[in-house]
Design a protein around this ligand. Structure first.
Ligand SMILES: CC(C)(COP(=O)(O)OP(=O)(O)OC[C@H]1O[C@@H](n2cnc3c(N)ncnc32)[C@H](O)[C@@H]1OP(=O)(O)O)[C@@H](O)C(=O)NCCC(=O)NCCS
Length: 170
């Protein structure tokens, strides 16, 4: 079987649970200079009714996650990260697409996120997925006072809303 098709078969999505937190913390620390604490994730999963988190598994092992808050008709991405060893294989793109689909299914009409000016990889991913810059938060990141670029994307309407067939919108 071709590599890409094989990888596709080996990937699964599911909701994040408290049992995932040790794996999530490993990925979080690999990925961010200002990592969230385990307590912050715990709070998201147990107390924040707006929060929705997905785990991407490869052969049953969590290798990536993403989260968003769904507020009114807007989805705010809180974080997205892929284990270092698995980057560059279009898995981050697949995960973001999954979050966009999920948001649309939940009735969200647009999605927003913040990204460091220097994070050229993430910015390229977001632009590829249809996000456009809409503003800057000056000195947003407390470690180096780097600016955040605010990006927005309009989400296609979900199939359940349009009543269309099973053909994917994506
Ligand atoms: C950002 C991140 C989630 C992307 O995931 P990934 O699996 O490595 O990226 P993908 O393989 O899905 O790449 C998708 C697109 O991203 C961009 N991209 C990926 N790697 C890139 C690189 N090294 N240089 C430039 N652009 C890159 C490209 O546009 C790529 O599409 P293309 O290959 O068709 O050109 C991942 O690198 C990561 O976890 N980074 C650390 C955490 C982080 O910065 N999160 C975002 C916070 S805002």
């Amino acid at each position: 079987m071709e590599g890409a098709a094989k990888l596709e078969q080996d990937i699964k999505f599911r909701n994040m649970t408290l049992a995932d937190l040790p794996d999530v913390m490993v990925i979080e620390h690999e990925s961010f200079t200002l990592p969230w604490s385990e307590e912050a994730f715990r709070n998201e999963l147990t107390h924040n009714h707006f929060a929705r988190y997905q785990i991407m598994e490869y052969h049953g092992e969590p290798i990536a996650y993403a989260g968003m808050w769904t507020i009114l008709d807007e989805a705010h991405v809180t974080n997205i990260a892929v284990r270092t060893a698995y980057r560059g294989r279009h898995l981050g793109e697949k995960l973001l697409r999954r979050m966009m689909e999920w948001a649309a299914e939940l009735g969200m009409v647009r999605m927003t996120l913040e990204v460091r000016v220097s994070n050229t990889v993430a910015r390229a991913l977001y632009e590829k997925m249809g996000f456009a810059p809409a503003g800057v938060r000056k000195g947003y990141y407390s470690d180096n006072h780097e600016d955040a670029i605010i990006m927005w994307c309009e989400l296609p309407r979900s199939q359940s809303e349009t009543g269309e067939g099973s053909e994917s919108l994506w």
